[in-house]
Design a protein around this ligand. Structure first.
Ligand code: PEP
Ligand code: MN
Length: 352
């Protein structure tokens, strides 16, 4: 059930509806929008009676939600969600006019490596730095990340360069530690249906970057996001990172058609990861261009200062000068769609 408030409804009207929902033993989720506020209801075992709400002051209508997901749905919130990352003032809005450009190595490997990566991606116009301190690896013998030492290095880099930090949390206990350092909590593809982790990040104050599972349908992907919102964290950023198919010319098949599909069904922003999506360095820039053209709200890209000796995902990591080239090309395409990057038009003209 979705309660649509009238445009003239007051805060008091919204609060009254929320109290009513709580008194029934359910949870209200008010979602303010540009035109009107809508209130989602979770926890109800079955359909509710619209008249229970439609008689309250300020309520325009109470409508059943037609999709299995509720809070992530455009039916609940018509406007695109813009997710604020970082401190209250400053920080960065994901889903706004400026594309979110997140770049950095697959994993934090050393002080020297992460500082060099940060310096190069910052200079090229990334606003957020990626880098795993905890790595979910296919092999238990592969490099698992530096752990808390890696998080501390990321915090130092944030102080030095002003980049916001996107880093992965791999299980609910680990989240206690990672959320002390991260600006955005990444939930990796392998954990997209780790429901206890989804509930844990749903109780965090930090925004969540949720990557699509290796073989997740769109509905499964949105239902995973729904877990996070249902716990009260509405700051979810989706990420398409390729799915497994029969194709062997790339590591995964980057499903760019999911971007317009998500945009029509959900208000959440969606980014594209062309690095894991292709697995090959030479395919990253073309797919990054396509991702922006199809309407992605930004990119998360692996960039390594010494990619040929990376401890993980080196073959798909861009060299720093390639990331600069990616920024140049993506900035031109973004302009066609009325979007921007950190590059000013003058900076772009100087590079062309
Ligand atoms: C990563 O971002 O380094 C990563 C492991 O991604 P994914 O979960 O998409 O495989
Ligand atoms: Mn990686």
């Amino acid at each position: 059930m979705l309660i649509v408030m009238k445009p003239v409804a007051t805060e008091g009207d919204v609060a009254r509806v929320c109290r009513k929902i709580e008194s029934m033993g359910y949870r209200p989720h008010p979602m303010p929008g540009a035109q009107r506020t809508a209130i989602g209801i979770t926890g109800n075992p079955g359909p509710l009676e619209p008249a229970e709400f439609e008689t309250l002051p300020g309520v325009a209508e109470a409508i059943p939600v037609s999709k299995p997901y509720k809070l992530v749905s455009r039916e609940l919130k018509i406007d695109d969600s813009v997710i604020h990352v970082g401190p209250e003032t400053g920080g960065f809005d994901i889903g706004g006019q400026e594309l979110a450009m997140i770049a950095g190595p697959c994993a934090v490997e050393s002080r020297e490596q992460i500082f060099a990566a940060a310096e190069s991606v910052c200079r090229s116009g990334a606003r957020l730095l990626r880098g795993g301190a905890f790595k979910p690896r296919t092999s238990p013998y592969a490099f698992q990340g530096l752990g808390e030492e890696g998080l501390k290095l990321l915090a130092e880099v944030r102080r030095e360069f002003g980049l916001l930090i996107v880093t992965e949390t791999i299980d609910p206990e680990n989240c206690d530690l990672v959320e002390q350092y991260a600006d955005v909590l990444q939930v990796g593809a392998r954990n997209m249906q780790n429901f206890s982790l989804l509930k844990r990040v749903g109780r965090s104050k930090k925004p969540v970057l949720l990557k699509r599972g290796l073989s997740a349908t769109l509905e499964e992907f949105l239902m995973a996001a729904e877990y996070v919102l249902a716990e009260g964290n509405y700051n979810v950023i989706l990420c398409e990172r390729g799915v497994r198919t029969f194709a062997d010319h790339t590591r995964n098949t980057l499903d760019l058609s999911v971007i317009p599909a998500v945009k029509s069904l959900s208000h959440l922003p969606i980014l594209v990861d062309p690095s894991h999506g292709t697995g090959r360095r030479d395919k990253v820039i073309p797919m990054a261009r396509a991702a922006v053209a199809v309407g992605a709200d930004g990119l998360i890209v692996e960039v390594h200062p010494n990619a040929d000796h990376a401890r993980s995902d080196g073959y798909q990591s861009l060299y720093p000068d390639q990331f600069r080239e990616l920024m140049r090309e993506v900035t031109s395409i973004a302009a066609v769609l009325g979007r921007t990057t950190a590059w000013s038009p003058a900076e772009l003209a100087a590079q062309n």
